[in-house]
Design a protein around this ligand. Structure first.
Ligand code: NDP
Length: 248
């Protein structure tokens, strides 16, 4: 994508990124901060969030917030508490990037661990709904909030041996489209799905261990698309799926 954002594209916007400690989420949080946003870094490994916090502050960007949270375990009360803290500290949310995910197993479904299936569905799908549901008052308080759901090709078309990862992304896409439909004429919140495609991260290396990572795009290569969908220039985009057109 050739989109060239202004350096202050996200000035005065508060954006929450899930899975901000690593991979694409880390690059997105940094890019949003570098374009003026106050980012709220949600993730399960505190050291990674603290390192990113330091990097953002050292770059002279607005001071981020840190939310240590394991989306596998966080329930309604913990997320309600988070919403309360965010209301008190920021008053509104102008962006929500659903990015945290786990891969689960790559085996035939009749060999898939049931416990693992539930874990993957919880992180990649149920937690996405609960978080969105409980953060809606903050999103509604913004004049034009953005919600971006990170999916995958196997979320659009389920594929053999991708198990709960594929099904969880399919369910998440369903929720994103339902939400977009409900909000189309009733709010300024714009909702879109982003499929990053093969990207050089730990998750990708786990899914394709024999692949040469240097042949893949980096998370940073994706950032024009993330910035476009998170900022005011995407006001006409709603209920759509965007796939990275990066070709090396
Ligand atoms: P990574 O595994 O590199 O990063 C995922 C991040 O999510 C990590 O920071 C991880 O935390 C966090 N996370 C995982 N589980 C939880 C949890 N229970 N609670 C809170 N945070 C959690 O993945 P990618 O950057 O590759 O993936 C980002 C998104 O892009 C995902 O939604 C993925 O499905 C999607 N995607 C990626 C592709 C790729 O090629 N990389 C292709 C298609 C889609 P921690 O640091 O503690 O592990």
């Amino acid at each position: 994508m050739n989109y060239q954002p202004n350096s202050d594209l996200l000035k005065d916007r508060t954006i929450l990124v899930t899975g901000a400690g690593d991979g694409i989420g880390r690059a997105a949080a940094l890019a949003f901060a570098e374009h003026g946003a106050t980012v709220i870094l949600l993730g399960r490994t505190v050291e990674k969030l603290e390192q990113l916090y330091d990097d953002i502050v050292a770059a002279g960007c607005p001071e981020p917030g840190i939310v240590p949270m394991d989306l596998e375990k966080a329930g309604q009360s913990e997320i309600t508490e988070l919403a309360q803290v965010l209301i008190e500290n920021y008053g509104q949310l102008d962006g929500l990037l659903h990015n945290a995910s786990i891969l689960g197993e790559r085996v035939p479904f009749d060999h898939y661990s049931i416990e693992q299936w539930q874990r993957v569905m919880q992180v990649n799908s149920t937690a996405v709904f609960v978080l969105t549901r409980l953060l809606m008052p903050l999103l509604r308080a913004s004049k034009d909030a953005r919600v971006v759901f990170t999916s995958s090709s196997v979320g659009e078309t389920p594929r053999a041996y991708w198990g709960a990862y594929s099904v969880s992304k399919y369910a998440m896409e369903g929720f994103a489209k339902l939400m977009a439909d409900e909000l189309e004429n009733t709010s300024n919140i714009r909702v879109n799905i982003l499929n990053p495609g093969g990207t050089r991260t730990a998750m990708r290396a786990k899914a394709y261990p024999a692949e040469d990572p240097n042949a893949l795009k980096t998370p940073e290569d994706l950032m024009p698309l993330y910035l476009y969908l998170m900022g005011p220039d995407s006001r006409e985009e709603h209920g759509k799926t965007f796939t990275s057109a990066w070709s090396g």
